[in-house]
Design a protein around this ligand. Sequence first.
Ligand SMILES: [Zn+2]
Length: 142
Amino acid sequence: MTGDVEDRREEWEGPVPVPNGANADFWAATLEGELLYQRCAECGTSQLYPRAVCTGCGAVDPAFEVSEGTGTVYTYTVCHIPGEPGFKDRTPYVVANVELTEGPRLLALVDCEPDEIEVGAPVGVTFWQVTDEAALPVFELR
Ligand SMILES: [Zn+2]
């Protein structure tokens, strides 16, 4: 298991993922506390979010691997105006581009105060289950 899964289905008012196609396995794994990424067997490119083809060489259906769920903050922003109506009670909140230890980057919420985060900070993943089908990867400072 990569990270803990907290049930936030009752309180979550933000947007929710709708698993389909290439990302169905990714979202199913989040419910088990696993953060998946794709690594292409043809060219070695690693990527997130899941896509039906490799962004490096176009190979179809790159295989999933389980991330350790650790990484560093590549860059971040502090949102004072909610990007979604469901985030109105969360401001200010932190969204970061997290570079996973395995290489790929993803955008995610970071559960911290805005003045606690900095570029390069080590983070680890946890999951907020927001529907019966998906849990959001949310990072915490480590
Ligand atoms: Zn490839």
